[in-house]
Design a protein around this ligand. Sequence first.
Ligand code: UD1
Ligand code: UDP
Length: 372
Amino acid sequence: MKKIVCIVGTRPEAIKMAPVIHELRKDDGFRVTVLATGQHTDMLTQALSDFGLAPDENLNIMREAQTLDHITASVLQGVGGFLDSKPQDMILVHGDTSTTFAAALAGFYRHIPAGHVEAGLRSHDLSLPFPEEANRVLTDRLAELYFAPTEGDAENLRREGVAEGKIYVTGNTVIDALYWILGRKGESAVKIPEGRPLVLMTAHRRESWGRPLEEICGAVRDVISGRPDVVFLIPLHKNPVVREVIRDGLKDFPENVIFTEPLGYSEFVRAMNESVFILSDSGGVQEEASALDKPVLIMRSVSERPEAIEHGTGVLVGTERGNIREEALRILNEPEYLECVVGKNTRPFGNGEASVRIHEAVRRYFAEAGKP
Ligand code: UD1
Ligand code: UDP
């Protein structure tokens, strides 16, 4: 029996690793452990529990307003300690967080092969998004198996010299997660006013702390004054650095802004579906929006998910107030513009079979390794 540990630290890792955990656990040949680093606390356990999962072990490293040094050093030590006490045949990490990179490094120091789920994404600017682009590049230097969501991501890896036989184009596991949750009935706690246009907004990126977040709030105020009927639903990220700025910037608009705590995945997906469009700097939301054919104004200057933009649902608007306002009002005021953005009915991030492909690749890896 092969021992595999799936290491997750933050909300998106939990959501995108959950289908892989479920898939691998169907296989009697594997013993699968879920190790939470606890880089996130409630946001992580909430996301896991949305998929009926809980950590087998939790390193609980989170501190209030934590530094990158703290996360990286404590994950490295914590995961290293776990791997020393419970040796594994493979580690699986996801994406681009500091948990991802530090966990991959802990595995590398012990010669344990790492599978990187969501490998190969590149903005080609090491500081955008920060520090995620660096985390991805560094993790991909250390990995043994690469699960690239798209052919473009696989091409990025080939250009960096990764051997063809180690790359698997799988689709993105977030689509598996999305289909999984769409098949279930969720409770709804948030009351959305009927008959008014809804805009769902999330923002949390480190490079947007400070001035860019203030610009974003300014743009929301402008949109409200241009379209007083609009309602913004804003599930606030738990990070105090982010939530205080947004709350403060929009506190005078109780008729137009609904603040909530982070939403459960099912409720968040429902909110995506019910919105006219989404305003976000999230990576996962760009992928989900493409599968829901929902426009998302991406509040970044560059995206490592060009497929979302080619698909038409993703529109890069940066973090400059005027740009965000213009694009948002255009979508709200010109229904014909909305029609040209959506409705291509292509699935750039796959059809929800990524975790099956990852399972197959892992199985094949061990089968090959066992040959004389
Ligand atoms: C982290 C990831 C980012 C990912 C994001 C997903 C890094 C450096 N950043 O950013 O790549 O896109 O998660 O959301 O890996 N907090 C809580 N409870 C929680 C979670 C966070 O209180 O459940 C607060 C804490 O004060 C914590 C702070 O938020 O110190 C920031 O958390 P952190 O993981 O450092 O950064 P994120 O912005 O969440
Ligand atoms: N999400 C959620 N509840 C929320 C906000 C987001 O379940 O209140 C989900 C969202 O559907 C996506 C993921 O969390 O799958 C994105 O997480 P986040 O924006 O924190 O990280 P990123 O994708 O930017 O790394």
